[in-house]
Design a protein around this ligand. Sequence first.
Ligand SMILES: Cc1cc2nc3c(=O)[nH]c(=O)nc-3n(C[C@H](O)[C@H](O)[C@H](O)COP(=O)(O)OP(=O)(O)OC[C@H]3O[C@@H](n4cnc5c(N)ncnc54)[C@H](O)[C@@H]3O)c2cc1C
Length: 461
Amino acid sequence: MEKQTLINKLKDAVGPEYVLHSDMDLTLYGYDASLQKGKPDVVVLPNSTEEVSKVVRLAYEEKVPVIGRGSGTNLSGGTIPVKGGIVVHFSRMNRVLEVDLPNRTVTVEPGVITLDLQTMLLKKGFVYAPDPASQKVSTLGGNFGENSGGPHCLKYGVTTNHVLGAELVLHDGTVIWTGGKSQDNPGYDLTGLLVGSEGTLGIATKIMLKLIPPPEAVKTMLAVYDAIEDASNTVSAIISEGIVPATLEMMDNLVLKAVEESVHAGYPMDAAAVLIIELDGMIDGMDRQAEKIMEICKRHKVRDIRLAKSEAERAALWAGRKGAFGAVARLRPSYLVCDGTVPRTKLPEVLSKVLEVGKKYELPIGNVFHAGDGNLHPLILFDERNEEMLERVHKAAAEILKICADAGGTISGEHGIGTEKLKEMSLVFSENDIGFMRSIKKAFDPHDMWNPGKVIPPASA
Ligand SMILES: Cc1cc2nc3c(=O)[nH]c(=O)nc-3n(C[C@H](O)[C@H](O)[C@H](O)COP(=O)(O)OP(=O)(O)OC[C@H]3O[C@@H](n4cnc5c(N)ncnc54)[C@H](O)[C@@H]3O)c2cc1C
């Protein structure tokens, strides 16, 4: 089919004003928060499942790729149209469809912004727990696609632990439901398979999420260290004492200095590292737990440990952490975020190897990460306009992921594989593992039209 004929049919499906195809529009939808770039053939903004189904059916008949898109904040190239095709942008499908407090569920369309939902639910006395640092802008559809994590996921689990079910559009436009409000759903756990599949098996048009009550009390502490190693050892010690705080986040000197200059969160600029340790839960016993944590911090040479005394102080500590990726723009025009996970006892060893990689490739590397999960985010700082430097950045990133894999960890904690880590899949999966993933992909997507070129490396790679 001619491109213009496809565009006309898409206009019939979703309405002419919701089909974008000017050169400017296609360029704008050609990138995300990764370093990759591509270009779709056309962008559609559907308003209902029925419209998504019509678009997908057309794509299926014409064997045209379909790429689901929320806010495009993923960090691994997950929304890059590497083979052109139709970008389905969910910004108009942003309704909260049902809040069922007795059953503690909420059902949303994929374009709902994560923080908007959380703010709305809190007013009703409930919490949707996963809190990616991008929650002000990320969508629930994107969180579903990436199986997103966040600071509080140490205690509460990542997105998949909070998705109860979903309405899915399959490759030929068929609509199905997986999961639901029951505790245990019979049959295959298709919801579990789809969460984190980065739009490569189907797209969600409705998502049912679990609600939990908010904690009775919260205590947030800032622990300041003169050595990263001491901060890392504190993390392992807290967990091995049987305490699971709500968050255990770490920032090193390079990052915390940039953050302090931009957000004024109250971090000491001369510290080697800080930990943000948050406890939440029942009031009873919380003081005792906080004292225990302070004692562990002291055992590991903490220089200073401060308890946030007011909601404003607590908010400032978090504004710093959540603004960290933005703040490093003060240091260099571009950054690449690596996302690897290691057993938390390996943090000191792996962090020092990461710094060695920075020295080897003459690139500044800062660290801001979910230390409790052992989920590292080395930020490699550079200038994208310098091609030779960009090459060094990619080499350094690949080396860091290998260090994580060699330490018994893996190549992603929450940012997915996308296009950026296809080569690294072989560091943690055998050819048999990857072959089996290919056969699942084929069963869901015989013509490779769902977000092609992502997650699974091509057979020849
Ligand atoms: C400053 C910053 C901080 C971040 N912090 C975190 C963090 O703490 N934790 C974390 O996990 N991530 C973090 N991220 C990464 C990113 O925000 C998350 O991956 C987020 O879930 C992406 O949401 P989005 O709406 O932007 O999705 P997009 O980037 O638009 O899409 C992400 C993936 O989901 C697929 N997708 C989109 N909609 C659907 C759908 N309806 N059905 C199926 N698949 C779909 C897309 O095809 C793509 O593969 C951060 C990013 C930035 C820029």
